[in-house]
Design a protein around this ligand. Sequence first.
Ligand SMILES: CC(C)(COP(=O)(O)OP(=O)(O)OC[C@H]1O[C@@H](n2cnc3c(N)ncnc32)[C@H](O)[C@@H]1OP(=O)(O)O)[C@@H](O)C(=O)NCCC(=O)NCCS
Length: 150
Amino acid sequence: MLIGVGNDIVDIDRIRAVLDRQGDRFIERILRPGERAYCERRHDFAAALARHYALKEAAVKALGTGFRYGVGWRDVGLERLAPGATRSKPRLTFEGGALRRVNAMLREGEAVVADWSLSDEPPYATAYVVLFATDRGTEPGPRAHSVAPS
Ligand SMILES: CC(C)(COP(=O)(O)OP(=O)(O)OC[C@H]1O[C@@H](n2cnc3c(N)ncnc32)[C@H](O)[C@@H]1OP(=O)(O)O)[C@@H](O)C(=O)NCCC(=O)NCCS
């Protein structure tokens, strides 16, 4: 059953300007260490950060909370395999306040399945996120990923 949907659009140049002003403080607030390492490997760090920013906003809209009720930027994010590992779609995972919110959205015996998509066409980056509740143990494989605390 569909339990949440969220989308977002971000102006990459606005993110670049905040990055120029705030630097590390901004990066630390928004990105998990693994996400930061990934963005640093991309040719345009600000654009990669903007895509993650859009994804995180889409995710908290799907949760229905926004960045309130104890849900922080780093509580939602993408987990990737180490560089060089088999290429597969990164998993959207929830921690802390976001994980508590996910669990509150589920009924007994259910698990969440989260899927997402990102795109950019400068100056904009967009993202959307969908959340499904499914019976625990029946989560589908590679196309949509069940959420594990990380
Ligand atoms: C939900 C949130 C992430 C959206 O932020 P945004 O990018 O500024 O706004 P967008 O234009 O993309 O989206 C706004 C729309 O999201 C929807 N929305 C608002 N709160 C929502 C929520 N809790 N859950 C789902 N959707 C929500 C509404 O439709 C809203 O449009 P409306 O005000 O015309 O009804 C943001 O409002 C939020 O969490 N704010 C609280 C914390 C905060 O202010 N943090 C600032 C960090 S820099």
